[in-house]
Design a protein around this ligand. Sequence first.
Ligand SMILES: [Zn+2]
Ligand SMILES: [Zn+2]
Length: 289
Amino acid sequence: MANALPYLVFYAIPFFALLMALEAVWLRARGARAVAQYERKDWLSSIAMGIGNMLVGAAIAPVVHAAMSFVYAHRLSDITMSAQSYVALVLLEDLAYYGFHRASHEVRYFWAGHVNHHSSEHYNLGTAMRQSWTSWLSGGWVFWLPLCWLGFTPSWVTFQIGLSLLYQYWVHTEAVGRMPPWFEAVMSTPSSHRVHHARNAQYLDKNYGGIFIVWDRWFGTFVRESERPTYGIVTPIKSFNPLWIAVHEWVAIAIDVGCFKGARAKLTAIFGRPSEMDALRRSQKRRRV
Ligand SMILES: [Zn+2]
Ligand SMILES: [Zn+2]
């Protein structure tokens, strides 16, 4: 039945709505300051981004499935799904997500697709809906191809990608403080993901984990939540227009590639670290003076 495995996110929409309603009740009970975590325009932009993500995802799905099927046809082994192989899939899919997510912050080409998820200055379950329109178009799915090469069917890989996204929904809230220490040690939680969405200097480019936080602990990208997070991106986008939210970093890349002198600088504008861009722009300006 592997070919009939569903992409779970489509079926979870009522569950998303119910949890958002519960969060709104919780915020109201906490008073006006907490309610300010929801801003109507911001929330509507996030919902529009979520709907756009699903439409683009449905359009690109045949291409992704064809690429996965091609790699699966050249697989290393035949993996029969069992309790053990499913545990292996859960762990390996989460490692693939860690790689994708880390590249999405540290390589500007992938950041251009991911930045919109971080563009809200609020942090609530609505923010979780603020998904990319361009990540899958620009090939972010390549990070999952090794799973098909190992021998997991494209349907099982797609199923697990959906399950991981479902897990990641609940971590986008201030309604949950810290979970028990054993849980915080292993799992991605609201506390660790608040750090990921913060623009406080010590929180930048940290806590990439999807379901598990152990990858961050092992690869040195974990930071514990201490001071209160300030949410959003370092240079706020100041727009609620979903189309601009989706494409603004791609436009910035095109402008930089057009302005920068030299092939090396142009390539860095596309594949360099997003955090290097301000320094690169300053050095390019000095070259022109
Ligand atoms: Zn991120
Ligand atoms: Zn997030």
